[in-house]
Design a protein around this ligand. Structure first.
Ligand code: THG
Length: 797
């Protein structure tokens, strides 16, 4: 079935989707004889067919293939790398054999690894993994692809991009959120919409994680913020381990009631996730199959976003302020730092500009003699983990722009393209592919036209090319360019004239200016900047690239005269302002003590500045280890409090932990302190049968940041091996992780072995399905729900 047939069908009637695969296979004990459910497709296909049939008989119009984890990263962990093609082919064919008219949805989910800077996987590796999986979906003719159960926005972006490049049918993207509507890495529903919709997916959805009632409430937010079709696939409640058995306690009546709610909000593809079964789907189908979808009327949204937040530009005050300070031009010290790869100034500028009211941050990393691509990507990666405002990526190098935009977790602005054909040819496709907004400078190879007419002509050319490239006009932000009033006083009015005209003839396009350019070379720049901003807003300005630290309420008559070209040679202006002293922008200039610097570096996750601070501490401090210990631990406490208060999310924890780790690593190597390593060892392991290590790795990193010696035994670790290791090194604690209810019983085995072997280490357990109650049942010494809790417990030992 081609894409437009599918999308038309969705306009006319609700489609019923299949229910759970994994939990059904488990219930029927069909996972015996295979290492992962996907292996059944080639080893025991009749088992998979049985489940598929049961859902088709229950009324499913769309059946999801049993290929959830059939990506090269997961398959490789289980020694099935060479089976990807057979698994996917069979996963699709088995549905076709049962029912040629059922819509086959090729199922793609997570690699179970984080992309950098949170994890070790590169964006390109993730892309490649999904490219293989989605091209097989294309080759064996799945009708649509559903990317589902995604919990990380950057990985979701890689999956969307790869699938769009390799699969021709419709693409549904479904993420998993907590009841509060956030992911562990802090993404909210609107940020998900902003990223996925702008990248051109065909439908959005929610699945798994919470029960059906909570998922319906989240679906309402989705329905109110996008006009795309919506899928709804809840669990039958949150899984509980009762008498060592996984139970989903929600009834099919509760599930159906919540599904009807979701339908009433606008969901038009409905099915079930973990814990549901054909009875649930039948009940759903009886109520909703073939019903007409609810029509939604979503007014024009204009989202820009980062990982954690989306801003609807149409809803905030004009002009939207784009902070200009992350720009090393004319700033020698800043340039030297960047050459050394030190990003601490840009992080400080990011935080303080945001505090001063910047709605968006311009990021320009143009320093001669550096690798701009690497620097810009690094800056974007780091910045978006510490501030929630969207980015405006400023470069004249198309390669740097593309790499930076690719690594954005949200929807940024590209700054910029211009009227040169060669530039248009490379940059318009980048904006289209990554779904960004785009600043277009009205200049070309012949330079900036002197008149409004000349600049409007270039704007027209740019728009024609954008139309050809399929880039919507609302995504174009024209910059009619402002130069310094000291060198080109006659052109200020041309710029404003062009803007007014542009608003008339291209009402969909927005307007931006680099306001501070206007005052280059003159005293009291903020007087001119602010006065000019007023004029520009009157001419229709939507976005101002400007300095958030300046005063923006000045409307000065001398500046006005100058800007209106009535003050030849700026004579009058100079007579008033010549003696004006340059004010240094207030980037929190207070001199900080070394203790405070270290403390703040950890709180702010400024890993790069640690070595410099510690060099100074070590040179003057008689007990640097104590200084590090005191300040780092104090900082980590604050980080923990912010995490508990949901001000910080996992990315900030990881960044702070990395900074703290570096501090301990530096003092330890320089001072060759052995004390720390003899008494405070902790073993970490993911239990046998379980391959998930995101959680365990984060706990390990946080423990290291507290100065513990962490011995990480990896994933799928044999119980006896853990005991041998404990006997050898005598740790204070053993941390055990399991994601799945099926591998949790292994924890009890280890505790029993530990007791018979008289090992004194405390056992602390954690993982998605592990609970306090389970920990008590198996007599673990402690349970931790996250890395901060684990560290808090181990510190008490
Ligand atoms: N249009 C678009 N993008 C732009 C510009 C534009 N990006 C860059 C620039 N122009 C806007 N950004 C700045 C940033 C800094 C300054 C001016 C414009 C500035 N800096 C001080 C200087 O150069 O003297 C240095 C400040 C300091 O020393 O701290 O003035 O027009 N689309």
């Amino acid at each position: 079935m081609n894409k437009s047939d599918f999308l038309n069908m969705l306009k006319n009637r609700v489609l019923i989707m299949s229910g759970a695969m994994g939990t059904e296979l488990q219930k029927k004990k069909y996972l015996e004889g295979v290492t992962i459910p996907e292996e059944l497709n080639i080893k025991f296909p009749e088992r998979v067919s049985e489940i598929y049939s049961s859902y088709i008989n229950a009324g499913a119009d769309i059946v999801l293939t049993n290929t959830f984890g059939a990506n090269s990263i997961v398959l490789k962990q289980h020694g099935l790398l060479d089976k990807a093609e057979d698994i996917i082919k069979s996963g699709i064919d088995l549905i076709r054999e049962i029912s040629p008219h059922t819509i086959v949805a090729g199922d793609i989910s997570s690699t179970s690894e984080y992309i950098e800077p949170l994890g070790a996987l590169s964006f390109d590796e993730a892309y490649e993994t999904f490219a293989v999986q989605s091209s097989l979906m294309q080759k064996y003719r799945a009708d649509v692809v559903i990317i589902e159960t995604m919990t990380e926005i950057k990985e979701t972006k890689a999956a969307i991009l790869a699938t769009k490049d390799n699969f021709k049918g419709a693409i549904i993207v479904s993420m998993t959120f907590s009841k509060e509507g956030t992911t562990v890495t802090g993404t909210d529903l609107k940020s998900f919409i902003a990223m996925a919709e702008s990248m051109g997916v065909d439908a959005l959805g929610l699945n798994c994680s919470v029960g059906s009632k909570d998922l319906a409430a989240l679906t309402k937010v989705l329905c109110e913020n996008t006009s795309l079709p919506i899928s709804f696939k809840p669990n039958a409640g949150i899984p509980e381990l009762i008498n060592r058995e996984t139970k989903f306690l929600e009834t099919k009546e509760e599930f159906t009631e919540a599904s009807l709610k979701a339908y009433s909000y606008g969901a038009n593809m409905l099915g079930g996730c973990c814990g549901t079964n054909p009875e649930f789907i039948k009940s759903l189908s009886n109520k909703l199959k073939n019903k007409a979808p609810i029509i939604r009327n979503i007014k024009n949204k204009y989202f820009l976003s980062t990982r954690t937040k989306a801003v609807d530009i149409n809803e905030i005050k004009r002009p939207t302020l784009i902070g200009e300070r992350i720009n090393p031009t004319n700033r020698k010290k800043f340039q030297e730092e960047l050459i050394m790869g030190n990003l601490s100034t840009i992080k400080d500028e990011a935080r303080s500009q945001t505090r001063y009211g910047a709605n968006i941050l311009d990021v320009n990393m143009g320093v001669p003699g550096t690798d701009e691509i690497k620097l810009l990507v690094n800056a974007v990666n780091q910045l978006q983990e510490i501030v929630s405002v969207p980015l405006c990526i400023d470069s004249s190098n198309p390669k740097a722009l593309e790499q930076a935009v690719k690594n954005c977790t949200g929807r940024p602005i590209i700054n910029s393209v211009n009227g040169e054909q060669a530039k248009l040819n490379v940059i318009l496709p980048i904006a289209k592919r990554y779904g960004t907004a785009l600043i277009a400078l009205t200049t070309d190879d012949k330079g900036i036209p002197k008149t409004a007419q000349g600049r409007l002509k270039i704007a027209e050319k740019i728009l024609n090319s954008a139309d050809c490239c399929g880039l919507e006009r609302k995504n174009i932000i024209f910059d009619y360019l402002v130069l310094s009033v000291s060198s080109s006083p006659e052109q200020i009015q041309e710029t404003l004239k062009a803007m007014r005209e542009s608003k008339k003839i291209y009402p969909d396009c927005k307007l931006v200016l680099g306001i501070s350019n206007v005052s280059f070379g003159l005293p009291s720049r903020q007087t001119i900047n602010s006065t000019f901003l007023k004029m520009a807003v009157d001419a229709g300005l939507d976005f101002a690239i400007a300095n958030p630290y300046e005063k923006w309420e000045i409307d000065d008559p001398f500046a006005k005269n100058l800007l209106e070209n009535k003050d030849k040679g700026a004579a009058k202006y100079m007579s008033v302002f010549a003696s004006f002293k340059k004010q240094t922008p207030k980037t929190e200039v207070k001199k900080l003590s070394l203790d405070e610097q270290l403390y703040l570096a950890v709180i702010n996750g400024n890993k790069e500045s640690i070595t410099g601070i510690l060099d100074q501490i070590i040179s003057i401090d008689s007990d640097p280890f104590k200084t590090v210990n005191d300040n780092v631990l104090k900082a980590l406490n604050i980080v923990g409090e912010r995490f508990a208060a949901k001000e910080y999310f996992l990315p900030q924890i990881i960044m702070s932990a990395q900074a703290a780790q570096r501090a301990f690593a530096v003092v330890k190597t320089i001072l060759k302190k052995e004390t720390a390593s003899s008494t405070r060892k902790v073993i970490m392991a993911t239990v046998k049968g379980d391959m998930h290590d995101i959680g365990k790795n984060i706990v390990g990193a946080v423990l290291e940041s507290y100065g513990f010696d962490v011995i990480d035994m990896g994933i799928n670790v044999d119980s006896q091996a853990i005991i041998y290791k404990a006997q050898e090194i005598n740790p204070i604690a053993i941390g055990l992780s399991a994601l799945m209810t099926t591998t949790m019983p292994e924890m009890e085995t280890i505790i029993k072995l530990k007791n018979t072997n008289n090992i004194s280490a405390k056992i602390i357990i954690g993982g998605a399905a592990v609970t306090e109650k389970f920990a008590k049942e198996i007599k673990a010494d402690a349970y931790a729900k996250d890395a901060m809790e684990a560290a808090a417990y181990i510190k008490t030992l």
